[in-house]
Structure formats: structure tokens, C-alpha cells
Design a protein around this ligand. Structure first.
Ligand SMILES: Cc1ncc(COP(=O)(O)O)c(C=O)c1O
Length: 444
């Protein structure tokens, strides 16, 4: 989630979850007084004063599992009870031959790149519309993240922007399935096959979402998941690498433990590091799995209704999904905002108006391809040693993504927990959007 914007959603949610009310700019919400037909920002009564369900949520079984793990004194990766149980359960859910837990999704991505031998001087074609982790792991391996522009309607990597970016240096494709929807795998997989490139699916935001009935993470060479606490399957901080390639799974177990030979534990066969985890996250994840299907179905149902209602409002364009995207799991309900239909008020004003009505709307991602960390890497001693000046200059010249820029300038979203309460929660969201739409001129 983006923390650059003044209207950041996480900060807003934190306040509401803690029952601390809302930003000082919208005291009307706290007072609940005034005219319901007047915007809360202008002193009217807000549509909603009740917080949405907080996240992550827990139940008795979470506490039972944590206590069990604590009391059995088997806390680490070698002897933890829940780690192998979760790895087996998640591989089954996703439909892969294996699953290796990692400390977080970022580590799963880093391990995937390293196992596929993404090395200094290589290039990886990647979605620019993502969380920073997807890009940083490429830079960690001294490779170039080659951005393919974003499809404006689905917010996914534009499959038509991939093939012409492939060069002799391309080592892998790294599409990100964004917000619980799927990238266009019918287009991406044939390109990968044609050029003999592995596909790493960043499925960190898509837990059991599907493409043509197959679970995301199982279609490419490797899939990577995050179970960080904001995710729809939260375990605090945790991640996993999945694959149908048993050799890669064996290597992942080995890499996670300093390259240890699993058959001869005193031998170290490959380079590796310590990406082992504690059993507690797995204990929580096993508990969360018991409620996961029910919550996922609720999100799907509420998101479909919300989408159908919000797209009736001129200037609100919810994220679309490809026809082959047979299941979306909605980490976030996102949409594009067109100010021309709202008396010209800025996206920030629109979001503030909704926040004052009690709806936690905010900006998600900014254009990562323009972020200073990229230049910092390109100017570093290591990069200048590995890449010629001409290559780096060419990279800079090609680093223009007009559609991604437009998406980042117009997107707003709501975190998934607004979709897990009663139907009334969704009706409140719809009412607030209509109210702000009708009264936008008052803010112009
Ligand atoms: C698309 C994407 N990739 C990677 C990650 C990294 O996962 P983690 O935070 O578990 O390291 C995230 C998590 O926020 C993500 O949303």
C-alpha cells in the first residue's frame, strides 16, 4: 500500500479500527449532527459512523493453535508442527506439487528469481503496477526490471507490451496478479513458451483466484504468495513459494536453509540463505484457513454487487476482469476516478469527501518506474560495473509508461474488509458514492 499520499487508506483504517474516529478535517462524522443531504465535509451528517469490520480478525481456533504451538516447544522450521501442515494444505489449495513457506512474500519472490538463476546483467519483464517488493527483488539480484505498460481497464500488465521488450538478456517474465484479479495468462504463457522463458507469478494478492478454473500461482513456473496481515489469508508476516516442478521445490527447501543437502544435512550443495520461519505464523494460517472459504465467498458476492452499482455512476470505473478470470478474490476493490464527471474536483478531494462520509477510500500505488530507488540502483557501483553506460541509458530512455501513469493518477480503492460485513456495509458505500457524486459541485 502506498504511504506517500495524504489520503492514505491504511492510516485511515488504523484510526477507525482503533475507534479513534477520523481525521480532524471531518469532525462532522464524530458529531453525527447536521443535514444528511449535505456533505459531511461541509458539516452535514455522514452516511456512516460505524467502523467497518477490523482486520485481521481472529477466533478461538487461532488462539488454540498459537497456544498449542507455544506449549509444544516446537517453534522452528525443523520441528514445527504447523509449517508442514500448512505447506501441504496450501499446495493442495493452489494445485501444485509443492509449497515452501518463507518469512514473507518478498522472500518468496527473491528465492524464485535466484532459483531461476536471475543474475547480474539479466533483465526481468515485470508489471509496474504493484507493491514495491516485486521490483526491489529484481534489483537485489543486480538485474534490470524492464517494465511493460499497464492495461488501463484491468490494471494488469498489458500482454501486448511484453514481447517487444524481450532481448537476449531477458531471463524471466514476472507478471503480478493485482488486487485478487488475474493477469492475461492466455497471452503471457505462449510468449514465455515461444522465448523459452520461465514465468514467476506474483500471486501475493491473489489467494485462490483463478484463470480458466486453475488457481493463480499454479500456471507459471513458480508462484509466490504473501500472508502478511493485510492479505485475505493473514498470518502476520509469512509467504510461500509454490511450483509443479519438484526439482525447484527441493531446491527451495535447500535454499531456505543455507543450501543444505536435504539427504545429507551436514552438506551444503547450493548457495542459499536463511529463509526459515517460526511455527507461529503457520499456526495462525491453519486457523485462518478454516474461515477462508466463507469470507472469500462473501467478498466475491459483495464485490460483484458493488461493481454493478458503482459502474452506474458516471466517472467511476471499477477494475475490470478478463472473461477467463473465473474467480477474483478481492484484496481490494479498486476503481478509476474521472474528475470531469464530478465538477472537476480532484481525486484527493473526492477521497476526502468519501472518508468524511465514513468510507475508507484511498490511493494504492504510485508509478514505481519513476521512483528514486531505481536511479539509486542504476547509479550504484555494482550496476555500473555490470551494465555498460549505453545499456543503462537505453533503459532510461525506454522507461515510459503512459497508461501506468494515468492509472496511478486516477486510481482509488477500498481494502477487502469493507466486503466482509453485512450487506448494509456495501449499501452504505453505494449511498456515500451517490451522495458525493450529487454534491460534488459544493466542493468545486
Ligand atoms: C503484489 C505484491 N508483491 C509482493 C508483496 C510482498 O509480500 P510481503 O509483504 O509478504 O513481503 C506484496 C505484499 O504486500 C504484494 O502485494
Amino acid at each position: 500500500m502506498d504511504i506517500k499520499e495524504g489520503i492514505n487508506r491504511r492510516e485511515f483504517l488504523g484510526k477507525t479500527a482503533l475507534g479513534l474516529g477520523v481525521a480532524s478535517s471531518s469532525l462532522a462524522w464524530a458529531s453525527g449532527s447536521g443535514n444528511p443531504n449535505v456533505l459531511a465535509l461541509k458539516g452535514g451528517t455522514p452516511v456512516r459512523t460505524k467502523p467497518f469490520p477490523s482486520w485481521p480478525e481472529t477466533a478461538e481456533i487461532d488462539e488454540k493453535n498459537i497456544l498449542k504451538s507455544l506449549r509444544n516447544h516446537r517453534w522452528c522450521t525443523y520441528d514445527g508442527e504447523f509449517i508442514p501442515r500448512f505447506e501441504k494444505a496450501w499446495a493442495q489449495r493452489v494445485g501444485t506439487a509443492g509449497c515452501v513457506m518463507t518469512p514473507c512474500g518478498t522472500h518468496a519472490l527473491h528465492m524464485a528469481l535466484t532459483l531461476l538463476d536471475v543474475s547480474p546483467g539479466d533483465e526481468v519483464i515485470v508489471s509496474p503496477y504493484t507493491y514495491i517488493a516485486t521490483i526491489q527483488v529484481i534489483l537485489l539480484n543486480y538485474a534490470l526490471p524492464v517494465f511493460a505498460d499497464t492495461d488501463l481497464s484491468t490494471f494488469q500488465i498489458d500482454p501486448h507490451a511484453i514481447e517487444h521488450r524481450i532481448t537476449e538478456h531477458t531471463r524471466a517474465l514476472l507478471p503480478v496478479h493485482i488486487f485478487g484479479g488475474s493477469a492475461n495468462m492466455d497471452k503471457i504463457l505462449p510468449i514465455a513458451r515461444k522465448h523459452n522463458l520461465p514465468v514467476i507469478e506474483d500471486a501475493c494478492e491473489c489467494h485462490t483466484a483463478e484463470w480458466r478454473g486453475k488457481r493463480l500461482g499454479s500456471l507459471g513456473t513458480i508462484g509466490c504468495f504473501s500472508f502478511q496481515e493485510t492479505k485475505v489469508l493473514p498470518g502476520g508476516e509469512a509467504g510461500a513459494l509454490v511450483s509443479n516442478n519438484k526439482d525447484l521445490i527441493a531446491k527451495a527447501y535447500s535454499f531456505r536453509d543455507f543450501g543444505r543437502d536435504l539427504k545429507h544435512p551436514t552438506h551444503y550443495k547450493i548457495r542459499g540463505t536463511k529463509y526459515r520461519i517460526s511455527d507461529f505464523a503457520a499456526a495462525v494460517l491453519m486457523a485462518q484457513l478454516t474461515r477462508f472459504d466463507e469470507l472469500t465467498a462473501k467478498r466475491e458476492k459483495h464485490a460483484a454487487y458493488l461493481k454493478a452499482e458503482l459502474e452506474k455512476i458516471p466517472g467511476i470505473m471499477p477494475q475490470e476482469h478478463y472473461a477467463e478470470s473465473t474467480r477474483q478474490t478481492y484484496l481490494e476493490f479498486a476503481f478509476r476516478y474521472d474528475r470531469r464527471h464530478f465538477s472537476g474536483i480532484s481525486r484527493e478531494q473526492f477521497a476526502k469527501a468519501l472518508q468524511a462520509e465514513g468510507i475508507p477510500v484511498g490511493v494504492t500505488y504510485h508509478p514505481l518506474n519513476k521512483d528514486p530507488f531505481i536511479e539509486d540502483a542504476l547509479n550504484s557501483r555494482g550496476y555500473r560495473r555490470v551494465f555498460s553506460k549505453q545499456r543503462l541509458d537505453r533503459y532510461r530512455e525506454q522507461n515510459h509508461l503512459p497508461h501506468n501513469d494515468e492509472l496511478c493518477a486516477t486510481e482509488l480503492g477500498m481494502d477487502q474488509h469493507v466486503l466482509i460485513g453485512p450487506q448494509q456495509d456495501v449499501d452504505d458505500i453505494i449511498e456515500a458514492f451517490h451522495k458525493v457524486s450529487k454534491n460534488a459541485a459544493a466542493l468545486a
